[in-house]
Design a protein around this ligand. Structure first.
Ligand SMILES: [Zn+2]
Ligand SMILES: [Zn+2]
Ligand SMILES: [Zn+2]
Length: 349
């Protein structure tokens, strides 16, 4: 049997350049063929290690299918990735899967008969713009997307608007849930459970808080401070988005981040980076790790782009201001769960 992780005698990470070259040459078929072999190799390696497969190959195949409007094929690739991920791993492609499903379902709408949505009488052609039905005099509203036209009654159109808003609202929360490692099926299960408990349908935000509360507890208990910081940052982000007080969660995130680098020597010089808003870039004190632990200088309450995402990092070169400035505009790296998985992920980018 081929070694887990190999495709045609090479580790799958060795195929990245080849895939990029095929894409540059517009040889998308060739790229897909290699990607297909690499996906299988990444799956078998992931399975052997109990981790999610490297996502890059799946994402690239999905991008090619999207470009060629093969939405069902894109959905299939992304579902394959999801199925290969153990619980709590590999949720990074979930937003793309949701979008692909939406596009696939829109694309399958094309064969709808052209008829009045109110009286269902056939019409000769799709009306150019919204107008009254010649048969029942109800207003027919024409909505176009992706080259398809849908004919709706005023009521159906209101409903369409409401559900589009609800979807956009859910999407905003789901993206954060995916970032803290919650897959869509886990999220939906939890939402169903909560709805049962509440006796009304639980909102996406309710569901997020339920997961996030659990994750911060378990991360703190297991000493996974990096993971705790990641979850708390998303909590602060959602609070800020909802116009609520985000400061305490952002503060706890910084505390957890500092604990996650507890190997740092107390006298190590630390810098502040992250947020690019005015108040945040003005307040960039230098301090030692010990001082930062005692009295963290971030987050900034007066951040203009809340929540404040400022972060502490180790000054690699405190004699050169140029290098410090260069570092400080880069967003802080996400705290890293299993080191191996991330190394593999970076290799694969
Ligand atoms: Zn009609
Ligand atoms: Zn800040
Ligand atoms: Zn700021």
């Amino acid at each position: 049997m081929a070694e887990a992780g190999n495709y045609r005698g090479r580790h799958y990470t060795a195929w990245v350049e080849e895939v990029k070259q095929r894409k540059r040459d517009s040889d998308l078929e060739g790229a897909l063929e290699i990607l297909s072999g690499c996906m299988a190799a990444a799956e078998s390696e992931g399975q052997a290690e109990g981790l999610a497969p490297a996502p890059w190959y799946f994402e690239q195949a999905a991008i090619i299918h999207r470009k060629r409007k093969e939405f069902a094929a894109e959905v299939a690739v992304l579902e394959r990735y999801e199925a290969a991920c153990p619980v709590g791993h590999g949720t990074g492609l979930a937003p793309r899967l949701r979008k692909a499903r939406e596009l696939a379902s829109k694309a399958s709408d094309t064969a709808l008969p052209v008829a009045c949505p109110a009286c269902e009488t056939s019409l000769e052609a799709v009306p150019k713009r919204s107008r009254k039905c010649p048969h029942c005099a109800e207003t027919i509203i024409v909505r176009r997307s992706n080259g398809n036209a849908r004919l709706l009654t005023a009521e159906q159109d209101q409903e369409r608007k409401r559900s589009a808003e609800a979807r956009a609202n859910d999407e905003r929360v789901l993206v954060r849930a995916n970032r803290i490692g919650i897959s869509d099926p886990e999220f939906e299960n939890r939402r169903r459970e909560l709805s049962g408990q509440f006796g009304r349908s639980a909102s996406a935000a309710d569901t997020f808080w339920s997961h996030a509360g659990e994750l911060t507890l378990s991360a703190a208990r297991d000493g996974e401070h990096g993971r705790e910081a990641l979850v708390r940052r998303e909590m602060a982000g959602l609070l800020a988005e909802e116009g609520r007080d985000w400061f305490e969660q952002a503060r706890l995130a910084v505390e957890a981040q500092l604990r996650s680098i507890s190997w740092t020597r107390p006298e190590t010089l630390m810098g502040v980076g992250g947020c690019t808003c005015g108040p945040c870039t003005e307040d960039r004190p230098d301090m030692t790790y010990a001082e930062a632990l005692r009295n963290p200088p971030v987050p900034h309450q007066d951040c203009q782009d809340p929540p404040c995402q400022c972060w502490l990092y180790e000054h690699r070169d405190h004699t050169s201001n140029a290098s410090v400035a260069a570092i400080s505009v880069v967003a802080p790296p996400a705290p890293t769960p299993p080191e191996r998985k991330w190394r593999r992920w970076w290799q694969a980018r």
